[in-house]
Design a protein around this ligand. Sequence first.
Ligand SMILES: [Zn+2]
Length: 160
Amino acid sequence: MNGFSTGEEDSRGPTDQICCLIDNSERCSKVAGNASYSKRIQNTVAQKRLNLSLDNTVGHFCICDLHKRIIQSAKDSEVANNEVDLHHLQINTLRRYQRRYEVLTRPGLNKAQLADNIMKHFKTIPIVKEHVLTYFIYTVKTNGNKLDQKNGLNSSNDIM
Ligand SMILES: [Zn+2]
């Protein structure tokens, strides 16, 4: 059936490989990119309980761009969750948080210690959707968003 082939199509470069993953018990049929299903990636997949497994019959570890992105974004979300770092805040902000939530600390803490205490508290706050929404709507209605109060928004006359 390859009577008209020049032979080039038979070259077995890496681009001919199909992604080695089984996604939700369905064999992925996309062309694999240069990313490979390394031990590190396998760990991420296991940790994030992604429904991916390696098809051992393919004999390589290349995965397609889609699966690379899926795994990457699962990893990114993990990083984002763990990296709320209140140590970057100014001490005034920390103190305001402390007063607002009545976080008890012993007196005379330095900024790092205060941040540690507030971090611990911060992780225990349950997010109540209704409260967040109510506050958001209140802020919008009362023009609390400073971005809307920039000068010159209405003085379109001087733009010529
Ligand atoms: Zn794939």
